[in-house]
Structures are given as C-alpha cells and as structure tokens.
Design a protein. Structure first.
Length: 337
C-alpha cells in the first residue's frame, strides 16, 4: 500500500479562483510555501488532512469543499476521472475509481448495493483522526459530478450520512438535493440501487483504451515515489544518532551520487530536506511516546544543535510543544482507573 496522496496540480489555481489564498492555506496547514510548485505534489495522511482542514478554516466558507469537488469542464478532469467517464455505467465508474485509489494511495472507496440502496463511502487507511469535513464534502461532490456528467441526468442521492454534527446542513442539502443525517456511524452517500446501473452517455471505449497506458504508468510512478522516499527515510533514521546526516552520507549508503539522489527525489516531487524532516518527525513521535527520554536527549538523538531548535521544529510539525504532546498522548494511551 502506498502511503502518500498525490495532490492534483489544479487544486491551487482552483482555490485562487474561489478567492481562497493558497499562501494562507499552506501556512495554516504547516506546509512549505512552494508546496504547489513541485512537479509531483505528494502528502502523507497527516499533511493531506492538514491541507483540507486549513482550506475550510482559511476560506471560512461552509460550502468550499462542495465547490472544489464540483466539476463540469471535461478538460479539468484528472485522467482517472476521464477513464471513469469512459466506462459503461455509474457503477463501473466507481469501480474504476476504487481500483485507482486502492493502488495509488492509502484510501479506499467502498460501495455496495443492499436493500434497494447503493451506499458509497471513503476509508482513510492510515488516519488517526476523523477526516476533515471539507474533505468529506469534496469527495461526495466529486462522486456526484462523475455521476451527473457521465449519465447526463441530474442525479441526487437519497440522503447524506455524516458522523460529525454540522452547525448548518443547508448548504449540503441544497447542493445534493437530499436530506442530511448527522451522528451516523460513518460518512456515506446513499443512492437508489437503480442509480448504480445508470448508463453513461460519455462512454468511450477508444478513449478508455488510450488512457489505460497512462493510468498504468501513474501506478508505476506512484510505487516508485513511495519506495524511494521510504528507502531514503530508512537510511536517514539509521544515521540519526547524534548528528544530522548529510545528503552525501545518505547517497553513499544508497550507492549513488548526491546529485543523482537529489534529482530522483525532485522527480517524485520531494527533496532531501523534506524526507529528513519526515524521518525526524517520525522518530520524535516514537521517542516522546515510547520512552522516558528528556527533551534535550531526544533533540541530541535527532541531530539538533540544541533543544530549542527541536522544540521549534516539533511545534511546527504537531502544532504544540513536545512536552504538551507527550502529556496528551500519555493521557490517551494510559486511561485513568
């Protein structure tokens, strides 16, 4: 299973079109300012959730996820979306998208028909927290866009089921044209069973055949992206024993030149500094959650010059200082008797 999400490059421009400042979103999410400038934009689950949470907070628009997930312009559809539209039915389109998600990121689309209803939900396989409300809205609006665009019919679900209570569900009700139920066991959109069999007027066997090689190439690239980052991160963590390993040291361990390593990381939309930060963050969470190390001892092991530098980095990663993070996670891990 791949551990990173690939962020569509058009997300940044679409945010700006809707009046949401990208720079503000990235600052709120704790992501680098050049995040959307990378050739391949990758994010782990925490970064992915932070991005979507920040979009909702910075926009201050309860319908922003719905707007971002709604697409009527065919030229803006991702290749996997175009392939889905080229299938024979709504059900086949969801099956195609589910396979793509399963192979390229830690996410699953689960759908099935039971008792006259077709239920569609999204699972985030490496998530610790609930998915951001903005992301839920985006995913459901995207499914509806595929269904409406492909069938040529203004399809509406029977209802939307949400885990979290919303202050105002009217934007969702207006967008989907159905009722909203909160306090559900999981987030789901429910269609009529017959909607699954809706034929697609966009069916295009020739286009689908043309897109399959590109689709398969993306799957290969996705596997390569994660395997390289994990390889570099593992090499860094083996050397995180009191000093900050240089790219030259890691490149030598991996039997390549530092220039080649940097180039290959850039081709996957990453960088040595980013992987180093991921390695340090992962080890910091382990040290604080699974040991009695003092903060200055953890800082030393992670290759920081002083504990202040470590505290500043940790606060940027987690939003709280390491001491508070440790107390909170200990309280969660060891319930009071």
């Amino acid at each position: 299973m791949n551990k990173h999400f690939r962020i569509p490059g058009q997300l940044g421009p679409k945010l700006e079109e809707l009046g949401v400042p990208v720079a503000g979103v990235l600052r709120r999410a704790g992501l680098p300012g050049d995040f959307f400038d990378q050739p391949r934009i990758l994010a782990n689950t925490e970064e992915f959730f932070a991005l979507w949470r920040a979009i909702g907070e910075v926009s201050n628009d309860p319908a922003i996820g719905l707007k971002l997930g709604t697409e009527n312009r065919t030229e803006r559809f991702h290749p996997s979306g175009l392939a889905a539209l080229s299938t024979e039915s709504f059900h086949a389109a969801l099956g195609h998208m589910a396979r793509y998600k399963q192979l390229t990121c830690p996410e699953e689309i689960v759908h099935g028909v039971d008792d006259g209803e077709w239920t569609i939900s999204f699972l985030w396989l490496l998530a610790v927290d609930h998915e951001p409300q903005t992301l839920v809205d985006y995913c459901f609006a995207w499914v509806q866009s595929i269904g409406r665009h492909g069938s040529g019919v203004a399809l509406s679900p029977l209802r939307i089921e949400l885990v979290e209570t919303r202050a105002d569900t009217r934007p969702i009700e207006r967008h989907f044209g159905c009722s909203v139920v909160t306090g559900a066991s999981h987030n789901a959109m429910i269609f009529r069973a017959e909607d699954a069999a809706r034929p697609f007027i966009t069916r295009n066997a020739e286009l689908l055949e043309m897109l399959i090689p590109q689709f398969d190439q993306q799957l290969k690239e996705s596997v390569h992206e994660d395997s390289l980052s994990e390889l570099v991160r593992g090499a860094i963590q083996q050397r995180l024993t009191g000093h900050r390993p240089s790219i030259d040291e890691i490149a030598k361990d991996l039997h390549m030149s530092s220039r080649t390593l940097q180039r290959r990381l850039q081709e996957t939309g990453s960088s040595y500094q980013r992987v180093l930060d991921e390695a340090r963050r992962q080890m910091a969470r382990y040290y604080l959650g699974n040991s009695l190390l003092e903060l200055n001892e953890a800082a030393y092991l992670l290759g920081y010059e002083d504990s202040g530098s470590f505290v500043r980095a940790f606060r940027m990663w987690e939003g709280v200082p390491p001491g508070l993070w440790r107390e909170t996670h200990r309280a969660v891990a060891v319930p009071s008797l």
